[in-house]
Design a protein around this ligand. Sequence first.
Ligand SMILES: [Zn+2]
Length: 442
Amino acid sequence: MTKQAIRHKTWNIIYKISSFNGNLNARYAEISKREPLVQKLYHTDDQAERRELYLKVCEKDPETCKAAIEFFNKVFYFCFRKGFKKVSDWVSNEENDPVKWDQLFKNERFNEIIKKYARHHAETRKKDLNLQQYHNWDYWYKNTSPDTNCLYTNQVVPNFKQSLGLIKDFYKDLGFEDIFSQIDFIQKEGSPTYAMIHEKNGIWLNEVYLSESGAGCKTGSLNYLSVITHETGHIIQSRQIKYPHKHFFLPPNPLNEIVTMFFERLFLSPAFLSRFPDVKTDSNQIYKELKTENEELLLRTLNLLEYEDRIYALVQKNKLTDKLLADINSELKQKYYGFEPNDLEDHSWHRWCFYLAYSPFKQRAYILGNLLSRIMLDNFLKTLNNNQPTQESIDYLHNMITTCSENGSFSTWQEYEKACSLDRPIDTEFVVNGIAKALSQG
Ligand SMILES: [Zn+2]
């Protein structure tokens, strides 16, 4: 059996094994109950009130804890049956992942970078919000005075239809108008946001599902537009596969968010954003906001990946409990954000269930996406003329995407290295360097 065939089989195992996946809709309902509380934290001025709200966000749901622990144990059971001692080894082996993620979290330089960033983050927030102490419950709070008005979350167009119109123009300029016109964009509130290609009665359907709760922002905001750009990017990339077959995904899983994050970043780059009058008048602020957004996304994904790594280490020793799920969650949040210690039993990890159940160590995809899309973007921007795509840009883009996409699920790390014009292979050190650059304050 070839390596690829094994990979495909394992994906099916992960997908089928658990009641956790089986009950995903129930879990989503449970998780989404917490989201309005988080939204409320954005605008609650009183710190003590924020703490009260956060208590509800981190409330324990015994059913979710039970389902999660069952899920982790089952993943480990299958991993063990396949002859691997660690879930991360099992997953890395199948995906030929050259990065030693568990080593990353022990890497001294990496931990120094995170420590420095967490300190900087906490100090900045304390200063901005005029706080004595910075806690978990202060994380989402936005100071709503007019001069800190957030351009990224403001509406730039009034509705769904006009949002699509803008993204259509964006993809048209890049030569993907045909694919765009074949996508069904479905606005469905209360559902997650995702892209899907599937076959129905011999016809391939291209669908993008969108909701404000799934995207975590208002329809028509720059944030929302970047989410549409991202999901559309999944379809565009899937459509470059030379020989599509049923049930293909775009793994190796750790590589399937690079192209989409490239499109998202390109849409939010000065070259494209300068088309919006609001942004034009306050360009410095929006780029500052976007820098912070990117840094926080990187932090969030690293935090979640280390959390998962710690969880599976406990599963391996048969030591995982509800209490430990909460304790490690708290401990890592202090590490990544510089929060003050607290004595709450923090089950806010329930909000992450989807990611944990979707596939083991899924966050690798966003971390690599973050680091590699940045390189792709830098290369692409060099081909623009006066902020406008040239024929050279179109050729470059198509070549780049074909290089890493035409083999679909069988695309290799080397193909992505080539698509990004890297002069060295992707490995643990490459990731540490990338994180250092992404989080640098210069
Ligand atoms: Zn994605």
